[in-house]
Design a binder for this molecule. Structure first.
Ligand code: 5GP
Ligand code: MN
Length: 325
């Protein structure tokens, strides 16, 4: 048995001593942020704590079934009231897109590289496959029972953040946690069906259209996908329906990295994905973004006409660097 990290012990103690909690996570929530939030909220509620869940955006439809999801409040600002703010899955506090958090007692739990350690306590474990893995360990340390609903939320966190058990950082510990979650009552097939096989026909059409317009750069090693608001409108989709689409070009053996460009008003949201040792986080950081080696993102508020070319150059350089390494 390895010793628990000191930060985890400090966080456990704070969760025990605090009484009023606010749990938040990143804007445009995903399976890991939502599952982690909801699992921790239930555990704290079972310990008799008052818990509020606040995000800047509502859960996408595919995650509406998560136990406890209706309790999530959507707000861009929060007033004082909680003694402890738990921020999950955020490499920087600004990722919450919730104001009013600065200066509060913040517990920062995350697995992103380059986390800015904005909390009063910071537990950042880049080796975790999902934030849900860390929340599992915390709930275990608290000694609260692993209910079927907590287990389902944590399973969704791990299932989605590992790309259905395909990404890096999956370890024996990941499967050990999932075994414990299955023991606690997770119906893995039912969860997968809800998350992956319950989308709209419009989403399927959008996916087809985006892939049909895929462009290849760097001798086919870099795939570029572009989505504008007209494509969303015509297929009856919103930006949430694009979750996962950025990964699809990686199914081709020759494609080493993917750039997805999403028009968002006058700005541009960019998602980057890569294989193996290709580091796309290092491409995102100079643009003010971040993430992980194989999955990163950034937002450009006022994109210049050459932004696509610049991104292609940088991603191709990252591909080349990993080839020469
Ligand atoms: P996605 O492409 O799915 O939006 O994000 C991929 C990964 O990059 C996620 O781990 C996400 O947290 C991170 N990420 C996406 N956008 C940003 C950003 O603007 N800033 C930072 N720091 N990380 C981001
Ligand atoms: Mn995550």
């Amino acid at each position: 048995m390895t010793r628990p990290p000191a930060e985890r012990t400090r966080i456990r103690d704070r969760l025990r001593s605090g009484t009023r909690f606010l749990i938040t996570s990143h804007a445009r929530p995903d399976g890991d942020s939502l599952g982690s939030q909801l699992a921790l909220a239930e555990a704290l509620t079972r310990l008799g704590k008052r818990v509020r869940l606040v995000n800047s955006d509502p859960p996408p439809g595919r995650y509406a079934f998560l136990p406890g999801a209706p309790a999530i409040e959507v707000a861009e600002t929060v007033e004082a009231g909680a003694d402890t703010v738990v921020v999950l899955e955020c490499g920087a506090l600004g990722r919450t897109e919730v104001s009013g958090l600065e200066g509060r007692f913040i517990v920062n739990i995350d697995h992103h590289t380059g986390n800015t350690r904005y909390g009063a306590v910071n537990w950042v474990d880049e080796s975790a496959c999902a934030c849900g893995e860390l929340v599992f360990e915390l709930i275990e340390a608290l000694g609260t029972r692993l209910t079927p609903s907590i287990a389902t939320n944590l399973y969704v966190a791990i299932l989605t953040d590992t790309g259905s058990f395909r990404h890096a950082n999956i370890t024996a510990r990941t499967f050990e946690i999932c075994r414990r979650l299955a023991d606690a009552g997770v119906d893995a097939a039912a969860v997968a069906a809800r998350v992956f096989n319950n989308g709209s026909l419009g989403r399927l059409r959008l996916t087809g259209r985006v892939l049909d317009r895929m462009q290849l750069e760097d001798d086919g090693r870099v795939a570029v996908l572009a989505v504008d608001e007209a494509m969303l409108r015509e297929t009856g989709c919103d930006a949430d329906d694009l979750e996962g689409v950025v990964n699809l070009p990686l199914a081709a053996g020759d494609v080493r990295a993917v750039i997805l460009l999403k028009q968002a008003g006058t700005g541009l949201r960019v998602s980057l994905r890569s294989k193996d040792a290709i580091d796309v986080r290092r491409v995102a950081v100079p643009f003010g973004g971040g993430g992980h080696r194989n999955a990163a993102g950034l937002t450009i508020e006022a994109p210049s006409p050459d932004v696509r070319a610049r991104l292609v150059t940088e991603v191709a350089a990252a591909v080349a660097e990993s080839r020469s390494a």
